[in-house]
Design a protein around this ligand. Structure first.
Ligand code: NAI
Length: 451
């Protein structure tokens, strides 16, 4: 009999199990595939490893403007893929050893909720029956495949398969101009593939700020990526993707197709119905403490469909374990940062201008080009970027920071802290930022805001 069964060993699951172990709960973690889940094995980590290699390759080829030139620059996909694998394995070992340190039992296999008897939950893993008084569901999400003719052809990949290709696709068509589509389009375009992104909305990047979306589109076009916006994919043949645009039907040649049209909670077959756990189209319904409708059952990570980001999953894990151990934490979703690791990167936190206006908040905005910043200028050539802030006009509180350019993924946490702390512009103006850093652009943009 355990104190806690954690179903799924991705960021939500392994992190929660570690925290639970550290808090003294006797915990068992069930994982059907590899520790680390989608994020480590077929998502965040492999894609960032590949994107970094593509960036190095591009910089080596394009550094003449910086006065540096290199000859015979080559991109060796096999070496890059082997390095990616090495990193994944290293991190997997790290997770296993941290779990061990916190005395978490790891059971390999597919866990299925069997039911509850006398307040004790049962999970079946093959023949094995696990029992505990608490259950945390962290089964993650899976890629959606739109049901169009040809969607199941062998050259139609999701993020899983495309991260292990053994040759650069000559003609890659990416269906969906969201996070996964744009990051992988960047990678393949930078290493020499001809990439077309088909997006049904009029702009890329989903809910990101409209201006940032426009700048990103232009920057990616500079890399050779083509966009078909307001285009809906109708069918996939062996060598083309057919889409409907406002001008009619169009065929885009393709030797590989990436389907990146969103993800959905992975709860099929895990036995939610045996406990009558409430879900909304598969996503487990939880409150801000991660509690489901069944006392003793929590859910964290992509499976609750709230945010579908690994860093949210970590936080939700913390909150669930805090709730189990009589803590009082909640996940504050309004200050969860988001990043698109394209080149240039996009990072944001809080409300966009249009979200704030739609919510009826009276706001002022500020905007500066990244070229205002000395460090950015020193390190960039021929790239555009902006920093935009959204401020509550009545209170002066910072509501949103939206950036494209530089290492904005590495500085957005600072903006998230300012928003979490409900800081006002005049308070932030008193903070000293290190010089010269690109992060100064946040303060400088706020210095230009007139309330
Ligand atoms: P997404 O929801 O970000 O983007 C999907 C895009 O596909 C949308 O723009 C949508 O309009 C478009 N679309 C849908 N059906 C279409 C059709 N029939 N034809 C053309 N376009 C169509 O989903 P994505 O990129 O698959 O990412 C899935 C999840 O993974 C997201 O929730 C994201 O948060 C997470 N993720 C996060 C990353 C990050 O934080 N950097 C990186 C990768 C994934």
């Amino acid at each position: 009999m355990y104190d806690l069964i954690v179903l799924g060993g991705g960021p939500a699951g392994y992190y929660s199990a570690e925290r639970a172990g550290a808090e003294g709960l006797d915990t068992v973690l069930v994982e059907k595939s590899e520790l680390g889940g989608v994020c480590l094995n077929e998502g965040c980590i492999p894609s960032k490893t590949l994107l970094h290699c593509a960036k190095l390759y591009r910089q080596a080829r394009d550094s003449e403007a910086f006065g540096v030139s290199a000859e015979n620059v080559r991109f060796e996909l096999a070496t890059v893929m082997a390095r990616k694998q090495k990193i994944i394995e290293m991190l997997r070992k790290g997770i296993a050893s941290t779990l061990k340190k916190h005395k978490v039992t790891v059971v390999e296999g597919e866990g299925v909720i069997a039911g509850r008897e006398g307040g004790v939950f049962q999970v079946l893993v093959g023949e094995q029956v696990l029992e505990a008084r608490r259950l945390l569901v962290c089964t993650g999400s899976e890629a959606i495949r739109i049901p169009i003719p040809g969607a199941d052809k062998p050259h139609v990949f999701t993020n899983r398969e495309i991260l292990s290709v053994d040759a650069v696709p000559e003609k890659l068509v990416v269906i969906g101009g969201g996070v996964i589509g744009l990051e992988l389009a960047t990678f393949f375009a930078e290493i020499g593939g001809k990439v077309t992104v088909v997006e049904m909305l009029p702009r890329i990047g989903g809910p990101i700020d409209e201006e940032i979306s426009g700048v990103l589109e232009k920057e990616l076009i500079k890399k050779g990526i083509s966009f078909k916006l307001e285009a809906k994919v109708a069918a996939i043949s062996d060598d083309a993707v057919t889409c409907q645009t406002k001008d009619g039907t169009e065929e885009i040649p393709a030797d590989i197709v990436l389907m990146s049209v969103g993800r959905r909670a992975a709860t099929k077959g895990i036995g939610l119905e045996r406990l009558n756990i409430q879900h909304d189209r598969g996503a487990v319904v939880v409150d801000e403490r991660g509690r489901t409708n069944v006392p003793g059952v929590w859910a964290a990570g992509d499976v609750n469909g709230k945010s579908m980001l690994a860093h949210t999953a970590y936080r939700e894990g913390d909150v669930c374990i805090s709730d189990m151990t009589a803590g009082r934490q909640v996940t504050r979703y309004h200050a969860v940062p988001g990043v698109i690791y394209t080149h240039p990167e996009v990072a944001m936190v809080g409300l966009t201008e249009s979200e704030a206006r739609e919510a009826g908040v009276e706001i002022v905005t500020g905007k500066l080009p990244m070229t205002y910043n000395g460090r950015y200028l020193a390190e960039s050539e021929g790239e555009r970027g902006i920093c935009k802030v959204v401020v509550d006009k009545q209170t002066g509180a910072l509501l949103g920071v939206h950036m494209i350019g530089g290492h904005c993924s590495e500085m957005i946490y600072g903006a998230a802290a300012l928003i979490e702390d409900e800081m006002r512009v005049h308070d932030i103006q008193e903070i000293v930022f290190p010089h010269p850093t690109i992060s100064e652009i946040i303060k400088d943009t706020l210095m230009h805001v007139k309330i």
